[in-house]
Design a protein around this ligand. Structure first.
Ligand SMILES: NC(=O)c1ccc[n+]([C@@H]2O[C@H](COP(=O)([O-])OP(=O)(O)OC[C@H]3O[C@@H](n4cnc5c(N)ncnc54)[C@H](OP(=O)(O)O)[C@@H]3O)[C@@H](O)[C@H]2O)c1
Length: 82
């Protein structure tokens, strides 16, 4: 099964955190988003598959644009948005 990429907003807590853990069993790699980088690191350490972290405030359009533009090549094809 080929690996897919999931971009998860609000991954540092609650539903986003739980969604990443659930999808980890289904061969996804992750783009984990939120403002609290320490929490995103903590989540990444619980996942089997690879993650890249994007810390930005969704209310700031420029921050969103530059975060998405900074994605490494291997994470640029997004299969699932949560
Ligand atoms: N929990 C439920 O059972 C439930 C049921 C139905 C609907 N909902 C809705 O689903 C949503 C999430 O619920 P939750 O329980 O998962 O809440 P939560 O635990 O408070 O998580 C909210 C997430 O959103 C992120 N976030 C908040 N403001 C942000 C901002 N300005 N920029 C970037 N990220 C931001 C937070 O990360 P940072 O603080 O790190 O940025 C955090 O990861 C809420 O709107 C809630 O009303 C929840």
């Amino acid at each position: 099964m080929s690996q897919k990429t999931a971009l998860i907003t609000g991954a540092s807590s609650g539903i986003g955190w739980a969604t990443a853990q659930a999808l980890d069993k289904h061969n996804f790699q992750f783009i984990l988003c939120g403002r609290r980088e320490d929490r995103l690191h903590e989540l990444a350490q619980t996942l089997t598959n690879k993650s890249t972290l994007l810390t930005f405030d969704v209310r700031d359009y420029q921050e969103v644009q530059s975060a998405i533009a900074s994605l490494p090549e291997a994470f640029r094809t997004i299969d699932l948005l949560d």
